[in-house]
Ligand binder design. Sequence first.
Ligand SMILES: NC(=O)c1ccc[n+]([C@@H]2O[C@H](COP(=O)([O-])OP(=O)(O)OC[C@H]3O[C@@H](n4cnc5c(N)ncnc54)[C@H](O)[C@@H]3O)[C@@H](O)[C@H]2O)c1
Length: 287
Amino acid sequence: MIIVTGGSGKVGRAAVKHLMERGYDIASIDQARPAGLSNPPKPTDVNFTRADITDFGQVMAAFSGINGRVEKPVTGIVHLGAIASPGEAPDHEIFEVNTISTYNVFEAARRLGIRNVVWASSETLYGVPYQEGPAYVPVDEEITEPQWSYSLSKLMGEKMAEQFARWDKAAKIIGLRFSNVQEEKDYANFPSYQADAKTRHFNLWTYIDARDAAQAIRLALESKVTGAHVFGIANSNSVMTRGNDALLDEVFPGTPRKHKLLPNESLISIEKAKRVLGYRPEYDWKP
Ligand SMILES: NC(=O)c1ccc[n+]([C@@H]2O[C@H](COP(=O)([O-])OP(=O)(O)OC[C@H]3O[C@@H](n4cnc5c(N)ncnc54)[C@H](O)[C@@H]3O)[C@@H](O)[C@H]2O)c1
């Protein structure tokens, strides 16, 4: 059994669906009920338990048996529950909720011997939102420049992961630095981005389809690596029709290129995720 925290959210819904379609037994824990859950649940519904992951006791209880409704041992955790963007709460609360809940998840997993943890870090660790340009493009996992309390909470997660992985050398804790997550219905907005290079420059015109985020989560769960690792996760292309060189020259002139850019390649590097996890984005905003 795999437990997904935040399974009712945007990424969580896609991850739960994708993993269940691939035959995984999933239990979702979230403060919010998943939309469309029947009462009593149908056999095809996700096994859902309401829990507050800022409370260590609730996380321990959830990971060790989900109220006795789950008999199989928990073999992996997908941790997506969070206050998912700046502005959703005062900064100090975002920092507190995200940092404490990630600690609770890592610590409960360690105490219960669950050595397979995948969690959501964020593109904001690349310095998003950019006021000035990045140090170079495509940005990669070498860059860690949080600009917000939200991003600082994600950096705390990455730092904690390194230490938890040092305490248990057999553990795997993979942080996925997702780009801005899009569902299929969001693609209707994309044509409105094309005229103005400064509509989506904040994250270098990148995006991640929630279904590809789910693919990356599954590949991270299935990966045989040990230790703490982070991966940039975006789609292959940008949200724009105009080429990268023209966009950079207009908005962030002089930005060094790590290689000759393809016209619409993602300026968040997904090279490491492709190489190590076998990640291959399958969805594209272009019809
Ligand atoms: N959406 C994006 O563009 C984006 C980009 C990069 C990273 N991320 C990260 O990906 C993860 C998922 O994001 P999302 O877009 O699905 O967000 P979302 O807001 O749609 O979902 C987050 C879920 O977490 C749950 N949650 C919040 N606090 C909780 C608590 N204390 N206890 C239990 N559940 C709680 C919420 O009820 C919600 O269902 C988050 O960690 C977010 O920071 C998101």
